[in-house]
Design a protein around this ligand. Structure first.
Ligand code: SAH
Length: 223
């Protein structure tokens, strides 16, 4: 049974007509990946509203327009090796998997084991486990074993760009990361050309905190 297909295409057409997501490859990936499958059962009916939603353990899945903007800024190409910090539900990772096929790979790191385990099961159920690998660890340290990465995307807000992530970004690579505190951050695009790193601010965003050695130290530290 095909579920939610009409709702999904209405949502994506809405993003298209509002005009701030113009990258057709990203929009088409959003038409293929079933967002409701990544949500807890009681949230599924809201999957195709353009809104962030709770996924358990105090964490959230980003709003679809934010996901579209991030996919566009990342400019993913088939064959890219990608690192994501903050797998959460795994939705963003599955979309990136669609865009790096064939030949690419997405490594997505999650610090909360129950969320990481659920994301892994979702990848297997939906057939993304060949292109998305879920790793349970502190992603503020990056994932040195597969570095360098063509693209890095961080789904949680950091006080500054973690050094290990800069070091693990490949030449000509692009990294997206929300930087700042107090419930409001700047989405920063970091690009590498040889030894030099350039930062461009893309605008204000709100993400949950990156908790870890190169992030915020613990959850009780209110941002
Ligand atoms: N991209 C996700 C949304 C992620 S929400 C999706 O599509 O559903 C941000 C996630 O970052 C949360 O699940 C949180 O637990 C995780 N996180 C926070 N700090 C982290 C760290 N140091 N390493 C890995 N994951 C972290």
């Amino acid at each position: 049974m095909i579920m939610y297909e009409a709702e999904r295409s209405r949502l994506v057409n809405g993003l298209r007509s509002r005009g701030y997501v113009t990258d057709e490859r990203g929009l088409e990936a959003m038409e293929r990946v079933p967002r409701h499958e990544f949500l807890p059962p009681d949230m599924r009916d809201q999957a195709y509203i353009d809104s962030p939603l709770p996924i358990g353990m105090g964490q959230t899945i980003s709003a679809p327009h934010m996901v579209g903007i991030m996919l566009q800024a990342l400019d993913l190409q088939p064959g890219n090796k990608v690192l994501e910090i903050g797998a959460g539900s795994g939705y963003h990772a599955a979309l990136m998997g669609e865009l790096v096929r064939p030949g690419g790979m997405v490594y997505t790191v999650e610090r909360l084991e129950p969320l990481g385990r659920r994301a892994k099961e979702t990848m297997e159920r939906l057939g993304y486990d060949d292109v998305v690998d879920v790793v349970i660890a502190d992603g503020s340290l990056g994932l040195p074993e597969h570095a360098p990465y063509d693209r890095i995307t961080v789904a949680a807000a950091a006080p500054d760009v973690p050094k290990p992530l800069e070091e693990q970004l490949a030449d000509n690579g692009r990294m997206l990361i929300p930087v700042g505190g107090q419930g409001y951050q700047d989405l920063v695009l970091v690009t590498r050309k040889g030894d030099s790193l350039e930062r461009t601010g893309l605008g204000g965003v709100v993400f949950v905190p990156l908790i870890g050695e190169h992030g915020y130290r613990d959850q009780s530290l209110r941002m």
